[in-house]
Write a new protein. Structure first.
Length: 385
């Protein structure tokens, strides 16, 4: 198998470097013009103030991942799946215990590998123009900075993309192994099981089973092993689900179907509770809620539209991934969760390519402004997603 062609590697490398430089420029401006928050700063206030250019990337959940990497799991941290913090801890030992540097290295290297996988996956069916546009849309998405932070997004993205790529190539053993690691990285990784099943039958051109179908059963191995660990450790295999409500009162520790989420979040919470009571004189307070609503509506449309325009396995990954992100009863964190749903960016690229140039650049501009605002807020310790 040929790896990514030289022209593709060149484009991806230039795009990745430009993205990282852009994010650093945003950080420089944010530290100059936006006062820092007082809570959830990476490494705590002292560490953050001593080197905001490093610790800013570990704000909010990053603190939990670094804590697990260094000390192992503590109570109320089981919501954070193990692969990323364990890997951060092991590699951190090579950096004499600098776990934040280890986490950043893992996130950024994994994300770039994921971009390479995305390029190869898209060019199986589309031309390079679509692949380039999908990558650009992903990089300028308002929450793309999470890919380069001490978060699981970069690693999960790489595992999911390459799992689907190897499934497309018929190597279901490797695809299932990667899916297994993905399911121990983020709970959403479990959706790769039905995705691989769908891809298998697409290639079989019917419901024919061969012995290699058994490989797919490895896909949920990661989450099953983690559940076994939780059963032994805290006597509750679903502890990661039962503690979700502590991360926000709008979340539920029982499963809630998507129609209920839309009723509760869109028609009730947003229009009758959140929006009327927001302080619209405080941009930092109302911006995250507006972003959540826009992303929720956009990805609902994309999920439905994909059923008619994309390969079934891609559509399932997008729709089930979006559904899984809402089962806690909230769209809180949705702008971050949807980052790894790469078929949405492929579908958007196909749609945007047919638009007039002025409209395309207007969309790019809106996305970049959103990225600038969102990254600035996150890096200075204000809640985004």
């Amino acid at each position: 198998m040929n790896f990514v062609q030289k022209s593709g590697i060149s484009f991806l490398l230039k795009s990745f470097v430009a993205w990282r430089i852009g994010l650093f420029a945003i950080l420089l401006l944010a530290t100059r013009f936006l006062p820092h928050g007082n809570n959830f700063l990476g490494g705590g206030m002292t560490s953050y103030l001593s080197n905001p250019y490093l610790w800013s990337w570990a704000n909010f959940d990053g603190e939990h991942y670094l804590s697990i990497a260094q000390w192992g799991y503590k109570n109320l941290q089981y919501f954070f799946f193990p692969v990323y913090p364990v890997l951060t801890g092991r590699i951190g030992l090579l950096f004499t215990g600098n776990f934040v540097l280890s986490g950043l290295l893992i996130s950024n290297v994994a994300f770039f590998l994921g971009l390479m996988g995305l390029w190869k996956l898209i060019t199986l069916d589309f031309d390079k123009k679509i692949a380039k546009l999908a990558v650009i849309l992903l990089l300028i998405f308002p929450t793309s900075f999470y890919f380069g932070s001490v978060y699981t997004e970069g690693l999960f993205f790489a595992l999911a993309v390459w799992s689907l790529f190897w499934a497309r190539k018929g190597n279901f053993l490797f695809a299932a192994i990667l899916s297994g690691f993905a399911s121990a990285t983020r709970v959403i990784g479990i959706v790769l099981l039905p995705v691989l099943v769908a891809e298998y039958f697409l290639q079989q051109k019917g419901f024919k089973l061969k012995w290699n179908f058994l490989y797919i059963l490895l896909a949920p191995a990661g989450i099953l092993i983690y559940m076994y660990y939780l059963g032994v450790r805290v006597n509750d295999p679903l502890e990661f689900l039962h503690t979700i409500s502590i991360f926000g009162p709008q979340r539920s520790d029982s499963l809630i179907l998507l129609p209920q989420v839309f009723y509760r979040q869109v028609f009730y919470r947003y229009f009758f509770k959140v929006m009327p009571n927001l302080d619209y004189t405080n941009f930092l307070a109302f911006y995250p809620s507006v972003l959540e609503l826009i992303v929720a509506l956009a990805f609902t449309v994309l999920s439905v539209y994909s059923l008619f325009k994309l390969r079934l396995s891609y559509s399932l990954y997008l729709a089930l991934g979006f559904l899984a992100s809402s089962l806690s009863g909230s769209f809180s964190s949705l702008p971050r969760y949807v980052l790894v749903l790469f078929p949405a960016f492929l579908l958007s690229a196909v749609w945007i390519q047919g638009l007039p140039a002025t409209v395309r650049f207007f969309i790019y501009g809106l996305l970049f402004v959103g990225l600038t605002i969102s990254a600035s807020m996150f890096l200075r310790g204000y809640w985004i997603s």
